[in-house]
Design a protein around this ligand. Sequence first.
Ligand code: ADP
Ligand code: MG
Length: 414
Amino acid sequence: MPDWARASFERRVPIRMTGDMNVARALWGRYLDPMSIGADYSSGNHPATEGQLPKGDLLVLGLETSCDETAASVVRLTPDGTATVLSSVVHSQIDDHAAFGGVVPEIAARSHVEMIAGVTERAMTEAGLGYGELDGVAATAGPGLVGGVMVGLSFGKAAALARGLPFVGVNHLEGHAVSARLGAPVAYPFLLLLVSGGHCQLLEVRGIGDMSRLGTTIDDAAGEAFDKIAKAMGLGYPGGPALEKLAASGDGSRFDLPRALLGRKDCDFSFSGLKTAASRLAQTVETDQDRADLADAVQSAIARQLAERSERAMKDYAEKHAHRLFVVAGGVAANRTVRSTLESVAAKHGFSFFAPPMAYCTDNAAMIALAGAERLQLGLTSDIDTAARPRWPLDEARALADPVHPAGRKGAKA
Ligand code: ADP
Ligand code: MG
């Protein structure tokens, strides 16, 4: 490999291992190569010994900057696993991106830089706490838009270093996975459908750091399909809520949209065929009623695929677990048709159904603080030089053994 090519894989800033970093070294251990998908970044590298495990309540500051929300939150976690949200501040960048019809990574990163200090300050004030009262700082370390992830991650590390607090780099998806436990007594294990703008996955959640992926999208996420089809229909951004509103006065039964992956035995999703077909139809519809009918057809098709795949996962899950709980999280869980379709599928298979309140379904930092606190409770902390990761599959072993995107990609997005 020529020098110039090799150079692009080198770290640009030498890692200091002495002096000021001594504290971090002693607490957090070794450096991991950010270019390798196989590197184990999970904060579970450094379990504490029994005697070092924190006792009593934990107060953790969480930060989230992986997409288009700058968020900070303080959560209290008691030893019995009860979480209380003391503050949850979310600054949405929707207005910054609306003119472009989607999230512009560069604008997002700059906005995070401008907002992170103020949003964090507000979260601390609303919680009525000083930094000295915290037990740890958690920040999303990926997956997401890397410019934004770096902002929250650097801010979180700096706060932890300045105060001598343990730091936890949290996988954003792990945050969504635990969001059901924010303010509700939801016990592990459960089957989770995580369905947002960036992700569409079925996960067996046995506990913090102990989750297996049962299925994932092979192309677009469901929220992305909602947004892109809505954009083709001229509904603006974000498109999901607008499309749901339009669908309320429509009847989509006359449209025959493609049903992806029918007959496949796995629990994977695919929405790109539906997106292409619906976007083409969007150019042909003429009346307002036609548009409402198409919106209804799209919404039903997405809900139906989510239900079909979840049903498969429920059958597998039910063979292993007597406690049958199905949780749906992520922004698309706000859609009433999606919710009710999933709820009836869950009932059919003997699962109880839970969807977190909307504020915890869409991106927020309370879920990051809780994931961080649960990790801290087990003594799992992160390297202070943990790198931001654009891609970070929650179930890394599964992603390596059974990649969804084999050739030409660096690995599964999540
Ligand atoms: P991400 O951060 O991955 O973009 P979020 O969890 O913040 O995802 O959720 C945003 C996504 O949820 C967007 O794609 C949006 O269109 C979708 N969404 C929000 N409300 C609805 C709704 N009522 N119907 C369908 N999709 C929705
Ligand atoms: Mg979002």
